[in-house]
Ligand binder design. Sequence first.
Ligand SMILES: [Zn+2]
Length: 375
Amino acid sequence: MIALTRGSEPEALRKMRHWRLADQRRKRLQNQDPPSIVGYDVARDTLYEAQEHRCCYCGDLIRDKAQPVEHFRPKEAVDRRLYPDDPLRRLTPADPEYIDHGYWWLAWTWENLLFSCHICNSGYKKTHFPIRGATLPAWRWDVGDEHALLIDPFREDPMDSIYWRPELPALWDPLRPADSIGGIWWVPDHKGVKGEKTVSFLGLRSLKEVVTDHVRTTVWPNVKGIFRDWNLGQRTKARRRWAQKENLLLGPGRRFPAATWDVLQFLMPDMVQQLPIPRSGRRPPNWAPPPPVPGLPDAPAGVGASLWLDILACGDHGSDADKDALLLNLCQSGPWNIDQLRDRLPILSPVNLKARLARLVASGQITEGPQGYRA
Ligand SMILES: [Zn+2]
């Protein structure tokens, strides 16, 4: 796992959130069955590019991007157990640690979405979300208030807490690395509780074989000559050779960049420090996580909360009849001039708003006065 940085939110997701979230909230407030949580996958392509085609959790390259978009905080059910595979402890909906509603209001929030492979998403992370202390109350976006026990690679650097090490370090002989590397297994280890929970809930130990194979077949053959040059004091030559290999081992779309860097760091710490070889995904020291994207824009003055939710839920996808009904509803609290109406009905283009007003005035449902339009 490496630190990831998001680009700006895709416009399609912002629109989807306004529409779906308003609809979701309205149904829940009215105690109706909420609509299914869909549509967030409009963020997939942007996430896939931001993550350089890798799974946010295991770090493997994903060639087929038709994978489900992952919610860091689960969108529906949440399983709060503190150990992923505790056979004595199976949570049921009656258990206080099991929360069935999930973080539905974060389902279309840019900061809650990641791109992960099918195995990490459906095989390991599933609906797990262990926390310490109280859960985030519904309709709250400031996730920093909740003490999550899993590492969010968009908010913190996983390489501070998770690192790869040889399973049998006693067997490793620094004088004969070329001979002894073949007998070493590489395994993930952790520092701190979040590191431990992230390794166990995401099943990162199951990567032992594939990462060890990656080290043997890709990392080691490419770096052993560089190590030799470095150890012989041929620093310029080693630098030049590393410059040719860096992109091959740590560049965009390369597999397991965190494990690759940790292996280099373990085998040749002075070379990693002096070249230097920067840690994959490392952020500048003054980096801070971006503030959460707000869920829904506040209602403009003079528009009630319920009407505003209806306007957002209608969106520009709504039917003509729904849009007329919203305009009439709005004009009942008028008069509003055209600019005020435009601010209060942002789902209509200026041209569409004018045409709709003209039609409703002609049919006598709306009157036009010097102060503006009123129903
Ligand atoms: Zn994965």
